[in-house]
Ligand binder design. Sequence first.
Ligand code: LLP
Length: 427
Amino acid sequence: FPDIDVNDKGHLTIGGADAVDLADRYGTPLYVIDEMRIRDNYRRLYRAFSERYSRFQIFYACKANTGLAVMRILEEEGSGIDAVSPGEIYTSLMAGFEPERILYTGNNVTDSELRFAVDAGVMINVDSRSQLRRLAEIAPEGLRISFRVNPLVGAGHHEHCITGGEMSKFGIMESEAAEVYSLAVDMGFEPVGIHAHIGSGILDPEPFMLAVESLMDIAGRVSEESGVEFDFIDFGGGLGIPYRPEEEPLDIEEFASRITGLFREKLSEYGLGKPVMCLEPGRYIVGDASYLLTRVNTVKESYRRFAGVDAGFNTLLRPAMYGSYHHILVADRPLDEAVEEIDIAGNVCESGDLFARDRKLPEIHEGDVLAVMNAGAYAFSMASQYNSRPRPAEVLVRDGESEVVRERETFADLLSKQTVPPRLLKR
Ligand code: LLP
């Protein structure tokens, strides 16, 4: 769980900057990104794995946060990218990632999207026989590809976030894998990778161990039956972070040691050589690096006690969509004792728009700035303009200095790209 840093005024600080000052200066709602937290998270993970298996690469899952500044930071750190759409490929290229460092794992991909990926020169991770067949009509002879396989292991913080197992729409069936690789070779492809992603928000190492075991067994069989040699084996993302203060983070050293240990064992069992081992974390790298600052505008006594804030699920969807817990601090007194239970309600016109129910907090007053923690992953990237709310600004902080990296949208942005047919215009 992230440390709560305070300055001599007792205010919460983020990357050395006073959260109350940031809210006053840039307005709310505001996303505040701590640059060093991203770098630290990346380096901790990279070091833990690369020290134990040197041919290791991280493909940051940019769906978690596609902010250009965030992507630039990770490009500098040496990361690759896991992209799910042409838009993410485009954003990654604009952020300076070489196409060779981008893995495109789409699902239900159209022909034009495939063409875009081929033209961009990124590695395509094929999800189905249909995709393979259609790719063959576009792809140059000998195109290097990989496949996403369903390892029949799934896990995740919510049913919606489990991506392996029999209910999942993702990947090639485990039982078909060898046949599909052989087919790809016959079609003139050069399959060089294998991939699985079992789900998201997983704090328990066991499902990952099962997935590594399963994917390595599949890789072994594929290699025996189709003669494919793997340049890389990708175990996907899904590494969880603590959202509640009482949750324990993954012990990353022990995790890396167990995963790389099993990986090495399986490599030698099947004679798979020394492929690059890949992980695709999103949340682990950016999740705790951003805070959503929102101001209380209304304290309301109804059948319950509500603090109404100036952000809603248009800004941070996770509580409404998954019932996710996000820890909340009062920015000018984050360490004060909790004295009341209160519902923190957003400003969207839906009853489900609650950041927290019965949350224990210090007494809340109108004008207070609240800091919603762990808002770095799947927060801005899932934001919308619902209720015609312009999306918030984002600032990047480092060593106490802050810079705007995304301007707050305006009302004009709500109308951009729309046209009204002339016959409907008022004469
Ligand atoms: N690789 C693939 C193929 C993925 O589909 C995902 C996430 C990841 C990597 C990264 O997963 P991570 O390391 O961030 O858990 N909106 C949900 C999470 C959806 C994740 C979708 N796929 C949430 O807010 O919890």
